[in-house]
Design a protein around this ligand. Sequence first.
Ligand code: PMP
Length: 337
Amino acid sequence: MNSRSLVDCIGNTPLIRLNKISDATGCEILGKAEFMNPGGSVKDRAALGMVRDAERNNALQPGGIIVEGTAGNTGIGLAVVGNALGYSTVVVMPNNQSIEKIMTLKAYGVDVKLVPPVPFKDPNHFVHQSERLAKKLNANSKNGAFWANQFDNIANAKFHQDTTGPEIWEQTKGLVSGFVCSAGTGGTLGGVARALKGFSSNITIAVADPTGSALYDYYTNGTLNLEGSSITEGIGNSRITTNLQGAPIDMAFQIEDQESIPLVYQMIQEEGLCLGGSTGVNVAGAIRLAKELGPGNTIVTILCDSGLIYKARLFNKNFLAKHKIQLPEWLDMENLS
Ligand code: PMP
């Protein structure tokens, strides 16, 4: 017999060569296929890392409830892990996220509480609401509740440091010379950055940041100003989370939707990869880093999740037009009943 439990299928994702942009830049541009995790995103790793850490610390009891504030993918990851290991999941989520992510959460039996999006300093921000809900559920339920706290729980970045980073080092046989990705919690970027710099201080680490996020300004000027907005989901931040604090990041790129979203369509057409908007930002970052480092370099980025969980937006002409983005003509979504 050759079989594994579901949670053991998280991680060890393939590294896919992005052929067209590799050839165009003269670099090897490689995407870590995190969309191939069981829950369909890079956040399965954070979910498993935080759950295993909570089990070790007795913060999560058998049959307990996992509570989290999430843009969606962490909730899906926690539900996958939770359902497989015997926990139930409750999430608080801003109501401006994709309908497909909300439906996926519900399909896994997650109790989804949608709240209006407000700035982090507002006590009604989804993260603060999830913390209060976790305290309440912990006091009132038989097996207690655990607040995953993905932004500031360093079990998130630690899991990437222990798995994603070393996998990239091994899969490139130590040839990786640049790593770039966007950050939401910063777990992926912070963890991979620490791991890769530990293997070689010569590896350049960059953040690709959408407009509407303060990370570009922070890593460029040391201040946390943010301007504009983005239709990408799950990435960008107005603050430096505990997962990002002290991460060895060398440079930052600011990526507008007009640069990232066309790359989503290009990846579908040229590579056969249908991925979400955050991956468009990552690919844009990889192209910028390739130009920065020059031909001959090996650059790795993250293929975060599937484009199919954003169908109603990424393939919707009217939605896109409002954000000054054009759907390519070959991508004809008209006349569907
Ligand atoms: N892309 C998507 C689609 C995500 O949902 C997230 C996490 N919110 C990220 C990228 C960023 O990952 P991290 O939280 O590790 O920074």
